[in-house]
Design a protein around this ligand. Sequence first.
Ligand SMILES: Nc1ncnc2c1ncn2[C@@H]1O[C@H](COP(=O)(O)OP(=O)(O)OP(=O)(O)O)[C@@H](O)[C@H]1O
Ligand SMILES: [Mg+2]
Length: 230
Amino acid sequence: MSLSPINPNDRLNITHALYAGATGSGKSVATRKMKLIKATDQVVFWDLYGQYKGGEFLGRTVRTYSTLKGFLMAVHAGRKTKQGFKIAFTPNNPPKDKSSIRKLFLEACAIVWGMGNGFHPKTLHFIAEEINRVTVSSGDEDSIYGELLEAGRKFNIMVHSVSQRLAPIPNTVISMSGYKWIGCQNLVSDVERVAKELQVKAADIMALNKLEYYFKGEGFGNVRKGKFRF
Ligand SMILES: Nc1ncnc2c1ncn2[C@@H]1O[C@H](COP(=O)(O)OP(=O)(O)OP(=O)(O)O)[C@@H](O)[C@H]1O
Ligand SMILES: [Mg+2]
């Protein structure tokens, strides 16, 4: 099934977000704590390894579906309401090779895309975990994922891309994600991919510890340092 979003709305002011850092740096914590998503929001997850399965997000139960059809039906039903929901897609036996994983990811993206509605009272938040595992180029993301990043805004879709790496991920993700949460990094190439854009010295990014971050808001010069505490 091929679905199309409805009601393009250029008046919507939505900025996508990128969360990048080494494993354990605090990316998943950041999706909850940076206040870009509220507990009452409509949120869907690309969750290949089931980290949200049987769990919660911002205190709300996450419902996980193992088939794309089940995921589609659930999100479709949820979008017919103004109520918040947290719905994840986690396949039962996730494929191991990257091209199959990417194909599945793009099918999930197509479902999210089809749920867009520029006049819907609620933004549809799409948290895509570990996008470094489903992208193949550091250039243009020429796919429905790229389309979500470039045109999702008009249809009230906000994409939250999560990645352990920065150097290999598509330029489309970097450039279309006005919010950037940058946690501790392991590789010089990853640091260099965003240091200039953040106007933060590479050495300062390299000095970050787990749960410490730089966060860039919209526009120029809008960067602050922070640390998560529990
Ligand atoms: N509620 C909590 N209380 C205390 N520590 C926590 C809590 N939630 C997360 N942490 C800690 O925060 C750290 C970062 O966790 P998080 O899951 O956000 O990392 P991540 O960057 O998403 O890693 P990965 O790439 O492996 O998914 C972990 O060391 C974890 O133990
Ligand atoms: Mg995580």
